[in-house]
Design a protein around this ligand. Structure first.
Ligand code: ATP
Ligand code: MG
Length: 392
């Protein structure tokens, strides 16, 4: 029965002179999301509002699900368009609308009319009163509550008449593309996909880097990361995934440095390489899935050691989250089931039995010195042989 959706958006940053940039980015992201749905959709802006017109056959649930993934949308209102064939007809349509949408009519309501077309023969207040009366006549079990109605029936008088009353919550946030771009260190774990989702939600476009260590990590482990990137891309849009072959670097660190410092030194090289790629691709920050104290390499001391090798800010949106909270977020965004597939990740193979939990940065630096020029060469080769996978 619905023929369109009215898109609601709200965030302080959108007011003022940047508003059209926000709206254009939002429409762009909606277009991307709806490409995955059956049907033909026309997204348009009219008098400061964004509408999706569904042209011909479409799957209502699928369309709503796609729109629910678009950051920047705070609400999705299913709308029906009615031809203006006189007020009597409008009353009949409204009464039928209520019956169709609200099988249980033991509720309060309010009519909220808006005339975008001023030549309509009735004024807004009159429309409210007369439609309200028609509804009360048809359904005596309903009553009017102008302060906190269960149903707010909106009636917009335009070329056609638009009716809507439901607001399906959207994800909120800002449209991707309005906040620059950042580089996500994406592993096959539970945390980093959630971290990417959270930063994308603030309007930041995401590139990603995965450190692959064949033959210690399998093709399946890499495929899992690609699959995770694809799930995140439902929300974040296309993701450029850079795959770095990290094996020789890991083996070399393993050979030259104390084993209890292996993870930290490896993490430092990951950050350095990620920052290098970020510089080449216009990324303005790095994103990781770290959370304080989750593992030895994520204590405050360890974070000092990983942090000090890069100049770009490192965004760690999960820093104060418990594992259970991260798991719940992963389930909500749909990455959890893929994340827990049992393929080894490169860090688990090289972990020491007793990794340092309070690394001393000076000592780490000294040990990294043992890597001398050899590591430079290996990093250079890793960057030269990097693989790019565009995930969408
Ligand atoms: P995750 O669940 O995201 O893998 P984790 O709890 O396993 O996190 P670590 O393995 O210590 O934690 O990694 C911390 C962060 O470093 C990850 O969240 C991710 O951002 C990054 N990272 C770790 N391993 C890799 C990898 N192989 N490729 C890319 N990034 C990685
Ligand atoms: Mg991990």
């Amino acid at each position: 029965m619905f023929t369109a959706f009215l898109i609601k958006y709200a965030e302080i940053g959108i007011k003022g002179k940047n508003r059209h940039l926000f709206e254009d980015a939002l429409m762009h992201q909606m277009k991307y999301a709806l490409k995955k749905c059956e049907g033909k959709f026309l997204i348009h802006k009219s008098q400061g509002r964004i509408y999706v017109d569904c042209q011909g056959e479409f799957d209502y649930d699928e369309t709503v699900d796609c729109l629910k993934n678009v950051f920047g949308i705070s609400g999705i209102c299913p709308v029906i368009y009615v031809e203006d064939e006189g007020f009597e007809k409008l009353c009949d349509t409204v009464v039928r609308y209520i019956a169709d949408v609200y099988p249980d009519r033991n509720r309060t309501f309010k009519v909220h009319a808006r005339r975008a077309r001023k030549d309509y023969p009735k004024e807004s207040m009159e429309i409210n009163a007369d439609l309200g009366e028609a509804i009360l006549n048809a359904y005596p079990e309903m009553s009017v509550d102008v302060h906190e109605p269960d149903i707010l029936l909106c009636v917009e008088i335009r070329e056609k008449i638009y009716l809507y009353s439901e607001i399906i919550p959207g994800p909120g946030g800002m449209p991707v593309g309005t906040g620059g771009k950042a580089m996500l260190l994406l592993s096959g774990g539970i945390d980093s996909p959630v971290a990417g989702y959270m930063i994308a939600k603030r309007g930041v476009k995401i590139d990603a880097v995965y450190f692959h260590a064949p033959p210690y990590t399998s093709e399946r482990a890499k495929q899992k990361v690609v699959d995770l990137a694809r799930i995140v891309s439902r929300y974040a849009g296309p993701i450029w995934l850079h795959v770095i072959n990290f094996t020789d670097i890991q083996l070399y660190i393993h050979e030259k440095c104390p084993h209890e410092e292996l993870t930290i030194i490896m993490r430092r090289y990951m950050m350095r390489i990620a920052e290098h790629i970020a510089g080449e691709t216009g990324c303005l920050g790095l994103i990781t899935g770290e959370s304080i104290g989750q593992v030895a390499s994520q204590t405050l001391n360890s974070l000092i050691a990983t942090n000090e090798v890069c100049e770009l800010p490192v965004y760690r949106p999960l820093i104060g989250f418990d594992k259970q909270e991260i798991v719940e977020a992963a389930q909500k965004i749909g990455t959890f089931e893929t994340s827990i597939l049992p393929y080894e990740d490169c860090c688990t193979i090289f972990v020491a039995k007793h990794p340092v939990t309070k690394p001393n940065v000076n000592i780490i630096r000294r040990h990294e010195h043992n890597l001398d020029d050899g590591i430079e060469e290996l990093v250079k080769t890793a960057l030269e042989t990097k693989e790019l996978i565009v995930v969408e």
